[in-house]
Design a protein around this ligand. Structure first.
Ligand code: CA
Length: 377
């Protein structure tokens, strides 16, 4: 089998209401999908996390190197691309581009052999994955202690046993919102907080002490990703598990993060950190070092499917609390018109549980009419 074409799809959709995380306001969602064709008619799909036009430029530049290559040689092709760009792209958009290519190659490999990707990755330990609801973002108006508490209670009513709250807007308000959400969801639902690296270590430690009474499952990205000493200071000062890694890349980047003992929970994004080939290696390294692995997921159904195949094969890790025996799927509940629309069969949760796809490859079908609808090329 030979690769005959590599295509990028830049998609964009406007949001009905802007949403904020600690660093910026969003008024639209974008996606960057990779489509790889072969001479046997098998087509694979991948997705890149990151700035869509930049990752598309990377994939477009790499595409000529892949034409004529055997798509089943996933590790070899990964190494070839990495080696050719090593001097210029050990992190960031180059690796995000490589991630989408790698995921598409795994989709082809599964379809070629007629088995789901998780079978090729080592075999599923589980057919269903517990998902936590990511949402609870700030709006431009209204009282966040009220609307976030109501939204969190709605996630629990849907069946989620864990929810994640966005913080990073100021210690006093963040602590008040954390308390309001904990009171709204009760003691038996896991609550995590994510600062999107809005704090420095002094502020993160102060905030962490303010919210320690609320039984926090983890404190995600407390400080900027470059500040490993800050991560260690926060981890040492608090009893709350510290999570991070959505801004880190490849086994080499995670090696340094893990050896520095900066984290309790690693969150590589499968569509950014190097794809399925690389994230399996990172997950194995995390297990060897006693670090839990819960991937960051912020993309479309392709990103969700790829993450589910990886999570399916990971060993269980120590429960964070009674209802959070990970590894967990991050299930984004914020508005994303593209997320499920590109799939002919959407990936939904039932009472907070998501089934691992079991059809060949990633186990999804792409709706080309939806690609045309959101096309922003
Ligand atoms: Ca995050």
């Amino acid at each position: 089998m030979k690769i005959t074409g590599v295509h990028t799809h830049i998609l964009q959709a406007a949001l009905s209401q802007p949403l904020a995380y600690s660093r910026a306001w969003y008024d639209s969602r974008t996606a960057m999908l990779v489509e790889i064709e072969t001479d046997q008619g098998v087509v694979g799909w991948g997705e890149c996390y990151g700035p869509a036009r930049m990752t598309a430029a990377v994939v477009g530049s790499v595409a000529p190197w892949l034409i004529g290559e055997d798509p089943l040689r996933t590790d070899c092709l990964w190494q070839m691309i990495y080696a050719r760009l090593r001097d210029h792209g050990q992190k960031g958009v180059v690796i995000q581009g490589l991630s989408g290519i790698d995921i598409a190659l795994w989709d082809i490999k599964g379809k070629h052999f007629g088995v789901p990707v998780h079978q090729l990755l080592g075999g599923a330990q589980r057919t269903e994955v517990a998902a936590y609801a990511t949402g609870l973002y700030r709006r431009k108006s209204d009282d966040p202690t009220q609307y976030l508490a109501e939204q969190a209670a709605a996630y629990v009513a849907e069946g989620f046993s864990a929810v994640k709250l966005n913080v990073g807007f100021g210690l006093g308000e963040d602590a008040a919102v954390t308390r309001a959400v904990r009171e709204a969801i009760g003691p038996n639902v896991a609550l995590m907080v994510d600062a999107n690296h809005a704090y420095d270590s002094v502020a993160a430690i102060r905030f962490g002490r303010m919210i320690e009474p609320y039984d926090i499952g983890w404190f995600e990205e407390p400080v900027p990703p470059e500040d490993l000493a800050g991560y260690r200071a926060v981890k040492t000062a608090l009893s709350i598990p510290i999570a991070g890694g959505e801004c880190e890349f490849t086994r080499f980047g995670f090696r340094d993060l893990f050896v520095s003992r900066a984290l309790d929970i690693a969150q590589p994004d499968t569509c950014a950190a190097g794809g399925l080939s690389e994230c399996k290696k990172i997950a194995d390294m995390a297990e060897a070092l006693g670090i839990r692995y819960n991937p960051h997921v912020w993309g479309t159904g392709i990103a969700i499917a790829a993450s589910l195949h990886l999570i399916a094969v990971l060993p269980p890790h120590t429960p964070l609390s009674l209802n959070t025996a990970g590894p967990f799927l991050e299930f984004d509940r914020t508005e994303h018109p593209i997320r499920q629309a590109i799939l002919t069969d959407s990936i939904e949760h039932a009472r907070g549980i998501v089934r691992v796809p079991d059809r060949p490859g990633l186990g999804i079908e792409i709706d080309r009419k939806a690609l045309a609808r959101f096309d922003a090329q």
